[in-house]
Design a protein around this ligand. Structure first.
Ligand code: FE2
Length: 229
């Protein structure tokens, strides 16, 4: 299954891949394994021309397959992926320059600010802008632009339902701060995020979270991904 989502348009191409044995990826892309158990194979599924012509023997050829563990992400390029479970593919991150104010204005015209979405006074002036949100089976997701560096989201430890929450960094740098209490000065760990990466799970076996928040390091686009049971 290869389903194109519209949430990132016109800036980013987003696809859900499931049960594909040799899905071809042209150019750079960001891949997130949405499965909680199975790996995704990334790499050549066919012999290259040298191997086919016999100039490289099987014994001297190198491994071209990488196994992406559950709930982990990678930047990939010009390759094939093989997955039984669900995967999220994002294309176009390399085309967005968040140093360009025209690009920022364009994103802010199409994605709604937190204040527009919630009408909460506490959100007025916050540099968070969200794409539409969509759900595919047990996975829901949206893009978030943080148009200023060093801007934290709200601190929270509860979600509306038991979920596995991942922040997938698309453009720029960010981090997830873990806090001992609902206090911006109580950060006890930070999980850095570069483009094409996500973080290790914040939750315990009961899906209980510490206080946490996202924080932009540079101007940033990330995806908020929630996987329910
Ligand atoms: Fe959260």
């Amino acid at each position: 299954m290869n389903q194109k989502l519209t949430i990132g348009e016109p800036f980013l191409e987003t696809r859900i891949i499931e049960d594909e044995s040799a899905f071809s990826v042209k150019g750079p892309a960001i891949l997130l394994n949405l499965d909680t158990v199975m790996n995704i194979s990334v790499g050549s599924v066919f012999s290259d021309s040298a191997e086919e012509s016999g100039t490289i023997s099987k014994s001297t050829s190198v491994c071209r397959i990488f196994s992406l563990p559950p709930l982990q992400a990678a930047q990939i390029c010009d390759t094939h992926i093989s997955c039984k479970g669900k995967a999220l593919l994002v294309i176009g991150a390399d085309t967005l320059d968040l140093g360009d104010l025209t690009t920022i204005d364009c994103l802010r015209r199409i994605w709604k600010s937190n204040y527009e979405l919630t009408h909460q006074e506490s959100q007025r002036g916050k540099p968070y802008y969200k794409s539409p949100r969509t759900s595919i089976d047990n996975v829901s997701m949206n893009f978030v632009l943080v148009s200023e560096p060093g801007a934290p989201s709200g601190i929270h430890c509860k979600h509306a339902a038991p979920i596995r929450e991942l922040h997938l960094q698309i453009v720029g740098e960010g981090c997830v701060d873990l806090l001992a209490e609902d206090d911006p000065s109580a950060v006890f760990a930070s999980l850095p995020l570069a483009s094409g990466s996500t973080h290790v799970p914040e939750w315990n076996t009961e899906l209980v979270y510490p206080w946490h928040r996202y924080r932009s390091v540079t101007r940033s686009i990330f995806m908020a991904v929630e996987i329910s049971e």
